[in-house]
Write a protein that binds this ligand. Structure first.
Ligand code: ADP
Ligand code: ASP
Ligand code: MG
Length: 410
């Protein structure tokens, strides 16, 4: 049996915690499984490195930034391997470039193309625990790349898929996937199971407990994912294929994302080709656009509004300023003071009136909706950031997701 474990930043945040991880790994290994352990950088380390780069450059070179950021995971993988050896369990750390986790060259958001399994397999055969730094890879030309924030989850799932592991366990600072971020409301409830589809929506809409890409890969390669706490024992949450009983719930989670910004290009002449002129430069610059709203045409002009990750927003804004000149648009505006709240549930496929209910709950709280988007199993609304947590709590209660035993909100 081959199992992949992944320990997040908080779980390896200090020498004591790394020792705690080593003890868990040794305990697991004693049960007879082969183990690959993927680690994140110590919590706060990636941000610290980003800040260092920011102190020396306003727009740090992307290649060098990846060389820098990948060091966080290099440190923890070596520390865990040496701790395991100190505790009498043979282990070896292997960098992304040594394993050869091959990615494309999109620095900062690289996608894994291939993982060579041989080196890991041969060390496993020798009885060693293989420790892999998450988040990093190498492109064809030998440049170091990183997979985007939270990318160690993706490394873990990709390694599990490449080596056909039986299970991938994600150890983090909460004991599973909840109906909403348990740090926003203590009324959040842990789910025993969640389908890949629902988890994918939750992750895309802001539930950072798993990186989106990791869920995509898990779904594609059918890797069962178990999300557990590194600090307390528990059953955790199994992310797996949908089973019929899961469908009874209409709304299974509420998410909140304040990492997006809204850009509006106003009074664009409304003619064929406008949308592609606006969005082509964004695609070229590798900027992912999330929601798009085009107003109805008024006297031959329209407004185009879209959202993008805050980290990309300034770049997108600059591109739009150029596009506006090209198209003869009147104005480009950027608003970073927004949050997106969403409800997710595969039961929405077969129920009507859910959107209306969501809108009335938010309006009862006096919250204005700036953008709306829907898919088969989710409804999202963009609102002012200051109302984000209030909206999550109101929706969580109104859709019947609150834990019963918690009576009062702190
Ligand atoms: P790690 O460092 O282990 O990768 P992350 O901070 O990336 O951990 O992810 C865990 C965090 O995800 C939790 O502390 C929690 O605040 C947040 N989170 C957001 N939404 C959810 C949710 N629906 N269920 C559980 N945790 C969530
Ligand atoms: N260290 C990286 C981050 O902070 C990757 C990860 O932790 O998954 O985003
Ligand atoms: Mg994470």
């Amino acid at each position: 049996m081959l199992v992949v474990h992944k320990y997040g930043g908080t779980s390896v945040g200090s020498p004591e915690r790394i020792r705690n991880v080593a003890e868990k790994v040794i305990g697991y290994k004693k049960k007879g499984a082969d183990l690959i352990v993927v680690v994140s950088a110590m919590s706060g380390e990636t941000d610290r490195l980003l800040k260092l780069a920011g102190a020396l450059s306003t727009l740090p070179d992307e290649r060098e930034l990846d060389v820098l950021l990948s060091t966080g995971e290099q440190v923890t993988s070596a520390l865990l391997a040496l701790t395991l050896k100190e505790m009498g369990t043979d282990a070896v750390s292997l960098l992304g470039s040594q394993i050869r986790i091959v990615t494309d060259s999109a620095y900062g958001k690289a996608r894994i193309e291939e993982i060579e399994g041989e080196k890991m397999t041969s060390y496993l055969r020798e009885g060693k625990v293989v420790v892999v730094p998450g988040f990093q890879g190498i492109d064809d030309a030998g440049n170091i790349t990183t997979l985007g924030r939270g990318g160690s989850d993706t490394t873990a799932v990709a390694v599990a898929a490449a080596l056909h592991a039986d299970l991938c366990e994600i150890y983090t600072d909460v004991d599973g996937v909840y109906t909403t971020d348990p740090h926003i409301t203590q009324k959040a409830r842990r789910l025993d199971r969640i389908s890949y589809d629902e988890m994918l929506e939750m992750a895309s809409l802001g539930a950072k407990v798993l990186q989106i890409r990791s869920v995509e890969l898990a779904r594609k390669f059918k890797v069962p994912l178990l999300v557990k706490s590194s600090f307390v024992e528990g059953k955790g949450t199994l992310v797996c294929e949908e089973v019929p009983t899961m469908e009874q719930v209409v709304v299974s989670g509420v998410t909140y994302n304040k990492n997006e910004a809204k850009i509006t290009v106003s009074e664009v002449p409304d003619k064929p080709g406008t949308a592609s002129t606006i969005f082509a430069p964004l695609a070229e610059a590798n900027i992912v656009v999330d929601m798009i709203v085009q107003n109805v045409s008024h006297k031959g002009y329209t407004d185009m509004t879209f959202t993008t990750a805050k980290v990309d927003a300034k770049k997108a804004y600059r591109l739009m300023e150029k596009v506006a000149v090209e198209l003869g648009a009147k104005l480009v505006a950027i608003d970073e003071d927004i949050a997106k709240v969403s409800i997710v549930g595969s039961g929405m496929r077969s129920h009507s009136g859910i959107a209306t209910k969501m809108f009335s709950i938010l309006s009862n709280e006096g919250i204005n909706l700036e953008m709306i988007s829907t898919s088969e199993i989710k409804i999202s609304c963009v609102i002012k950031e200051k109302y984000g947590e209030l909206a999550v709590r109101a929706l969580h209660t109104a859709f019947g997701l609150d834990r019963e035993e918690v009576v009062e909100e702190q």
